[in-house]
Structures are given as C-alpha cells and as structure tokens.
Ligand binder design. Sequence first.
Ligand code: AMP
Length: 450
Amino acid sequence: MQNVKGTHDLLPLESANYDAITELFSNIATVFGYHSVNPPVIEHAELFSRNVGESSDIVRKEMYNFFDKGGRELALRPEFTAGIIRLIVQNKLYVNNELPLKYYYVGPVFRYDRPQLGRYRQFMQFGVESVGLSSPVNDAEIIAMSYSMLKTLGLNNIALKINTLGDDESRNNYREALKSYFTKYIDNMCEDCKQRLISNPLRILDCKVKEDQQYISNAPKISAYLSANAKARFEMLLNNLKTLNIPYEIDEGLVRGLDYYSDTVFEFHYTNSKGVNYGAIGGGGHYDKLVKQIGGPDMPGFGFSFGVERIYNTLNDEGLLPIKQEAIDIYVMPIGIENQIYGLKIANQLRMNGFLVDMCLEQCKIGNMFKRAEKKGAKFALIIGENEIKNNIVIIKNIASQEQQEIKQEDLLSYFINLTHSCHCHEYEGGDNCNHDNKDCCCHNKDVHQ
Ligand code: AMP
C-alpha cells in the first residue's frame, strides 16, 4: 500500500522538526497573548461553502466533502478561519472575554489541489485569529508577530507583500471597474476567469494562467478606487510597519484566494538561496463580515496562516534544519538480561524528572552498547552490572570526555539535576559544555561543565 496522492509521511526526525517549528510559533503566539484553540477536522460542508466563498477555488474545486452515514454533508476543513469563527460564535466567547479574542491553532487542512512542488492535498497550517477589534495597530501587531516567527527560525530573505482591498465602498467601485475592463478581453481568457467575472472579478487578479497575464497586468488598480477612510487606514498601517522596522512591498495584484477578505491582505514569500520559491509560505488578512455571517455579532477579524510544509522545505534548503536533534541525554546499559529491570527502574526515575533516557533492551556486548549510545547522541552512559547492583552504585561515563566515575544510586538523580539546573548560562543545555569564557560564565558549577 502507498500513501494517498498529495499526502506525505513524516518520519521521526522530520516529525520532531515539524513539532519544533510549530512549538516555536506557539511560544511566540503565547508571548503575544494568544491562546490555543482546536476545532474538529470535520465540519458541516456548508460552513465553508457559504462562508469561504462560492467563487473561491477551495469551495468550487478543492473541498473534500462527503455524506456521512446519517446523510449529513460534511467536509474535511480546507482552512481554519471559518471553523475558528464557528467555535467562537457557538461558544459565545465574545460575551465574557476582553476583545480582541486572540487565538492560535495548528493542524492539518485538506484541499483537492493538483499536487506539485510545495502543494499537497493534506498539509499543516499554523495560524492566528484576532477577533473583535479593527485597528491598524492590531494589524501591525499581527504582521509583526508573524514576521518575527519567520525571523526566529533564521529566515532572512523574507518578502512581505501587502495590499488593501479597501472597505465596501472601495471594493464595490473597484469591482465595477474590473468588470467593465475585463469584459473586453474575457473571451480570450481562461474558463476560471470567465466564471470569476460573474462571481467575483477581484479573483481574476489571482489567476496564474500565463496567457491571461497580459490582460491582468494592465487592469485598473485598487489604489485608484479606495475611499478616503480605506486609504487613511492603509497608510496608518504602513506607517506602523515602518515604525516597527518591518520591510514590505505593496503588491496591488494581491487579492488572496478566499472571498471573505476586506481591507488589509498580506503574504510572505521566500526565494531560497537555490532560487526555489514554493509559493506563499503564509498569508492572511482582515475579514469584516465573517463573524456575523456565521451567526455572531457584527465584529471584525484579522488573521494569518503559515503553510508548515513550505516553511520546513525552505528551512531545509537553507541548511537551517534540524532545529531539533533526536539526541538523548542518557543511555542506560544493563549488563546481563537479569539486571535490565534495575536499569529500567533507574531510567524511569530519570525520565520522570525530565531527562531523555533510552535503554538497551537487548543482550549485547558492552562495546555495542556504547556504539548505540553514541548513535543516539547520548551525552552519558550508565553502566549497571551485577557488582553495581550489589553495591548500590552506578557507573557514569561521559561520552564526549570518556571520563568515568562511580556514583551511589541514591545520588544519581541529584547528580544530573545539579549538572543541568545549577547552571544559569543560556548556552548550557542538559549536559553540553557551555561556550562561555570562565569570566563570563554565570554557571555555578564550572568545574563540572568546563
Ligand atoms: P491560504 O489559506 O490559501 O491562504 O494558505 C495559507 C498558507 O498555507 C499558504 O501561504 C501556504 O503556505 C500554505 N498552503 C496553501 N495551500 C497549500 C497546499 N496545497 N500545500 C501546501 N501548503 C499550502
């Protein structure tokens, strides 16, 4: 059996690094005051078909919808925002909580798209939604947060593209202008664009068909149709980004694929050092009508999502992986099968105190056990034989220095705790030597670590 087309397996090291990426995003979201929420993967198909937009590719062509055994039409979520808003509205989270509600999420989404480089049918998104407040400072905070998430991963060549779709008045005028412009050329354009001209002419700007670009590049620009309010709002946001030192480029062709966006929209792109561009690595925008449309009060929202696969692939190409090594702290080596249970007891005590511990469960020669310890990246090996059990001791071997010492079993845990916790130096992590000069190091236990 093979995996389903457009899906991909995550093998252990990949999976650990996907987790590391989303953990880093979650930590940054948390310090910005966001809380985790987790809607189900399946929702009523109507949630997306009615709210994401009849003219969006996601709804028209890409939804994984099906009827369950009870005859309900359900869908695997093709995006998170509609589900998060449904969760907010259904649980009336806006009643007793301060606004904006600030939530983040991580999980798989499903789109029946044509699989290609950077495009999967099941992929992982991390994102945030801020609901209940509309201000250019709120927009700037979210863009700054997403930008710092990418920077923290070590990505330096980030291109932030930004545009405004204006308010209702601006968009209505712009839609009319696009309609009359594209009507002249539509017979020569792709079938999707013909459809978009009727349902949502703005989406024509998102068309990727090469032959259509000649018409799209000369189309009217939104900037000429912005109301005074929409213009002022966008200018304030751009000034905010300047103040926060976040570089951006205005891209008037940026409309984003979903129908619910208004005002600010943005995307992150990244061309890596090999010249590969997987498409947008993230994007988002402002939505004013969605909460009301889903049955809640009239309140705005602003959010973005990252494509974790595209970010992982970009990090990989840039040599920025692994973020997380699959290394363990301690490898327990019981000598003789009859002593394994003592080894397990010691291993478990260390595990319960947060140490990453693995143990040799086969009967092998000590030399082979050391090879295994090294392969697993262990910093210490613990040798436990008959003699050690009889005398209540353990032999600790530092794999890097090859130094060996005996220690009483009852002192073992405090030995490792001292080794890690007495050092306040940020460069020291669970058994590594810190890189500080003696004079700079605030570690209390220099003689052990250096
Ligand atoms: P969207 O909801 O379309 O704005 O997507 C948000 C992010 O998800 C994009 O910026 C991409 O990074 C990622 N993404 C969208 N579609 C796919 C796909 N088919 N495969 C992998 N990543 C995707």
